[in-house]
Ligand binder design. Structure first.
Ligand code: RB5
Length: 150
């Protein structure tokens, strides 16, 4: 399992807390920045990570900004990306079971570090359920193809 991770200035603190958890889970990771608290634009970092996952260079992505909303909007522009903003353990579990989410979005200014660590552990250890949920993902794929032609 290889994961790309990125954030804006509002997510740096949480990102640094999460990297040891990825180590613990034996997930190979690459950091795409930012690494300082100096103000940056979240689309620049969201784009880097989402593009890597979309192209298949990484299995999963993690993106962190203040609310998680900006990073979600950016990541879900990319083909094949199913980015899920998870503020709680239940959403993290369901985003894997039902949505086969491949990018985890975390809100650095909304949840505390301990809650985020639990979310990361659940998200990486929960498999996709398949079955009727695969049919729904196929429909999302069809929408993606249709939108491309608009
Ligand atoms: C940065 O101030 C903030 O707007 C950003 O981190 C994020 O919350 C955007 O959605």
């Amino acid at each position: 399992m290889r994961a790309a991770i990125g954030c804006d200035h509002a997510g740096v603190g949480l990102k640094n807390e999460i990297l040891p958890i990825l180590e613990e889970l034996a997930i190979e990771w690459k950091n795409f920045g930012t690494d300082s608290k100096e103000s940056v634009d979240y689309p620049d970092f969201g784009e880097r990570v989402a593009e890597e996952v979309s192209k298949g260079n990484f299995d999963r992505g993690i993106l962190i900004c203040g609310t998680g909303i900006g990073m979600s909007i950016v990541a879900n522009k990319f083909p094949g990306i199913r980015a899920a903003l998870c503020n709680d353990a239940y959403s993290a579990k369901m985003s894997r079971l039902h949505n086969d989410a491949n990018v985890l979005i975390l809100p650095g200014r909304v949840i505390d570090n301990e809650a985020a660590k639990i979310i990361v552990k659940i998200w990486f250890s929960t498999p996709f359920e398949g079955g009727r949920h695969q049919r729904r993902l196929d429909k999302i794929k069809a929408i993606e193809a249709k939108v491309k032609c608009l």
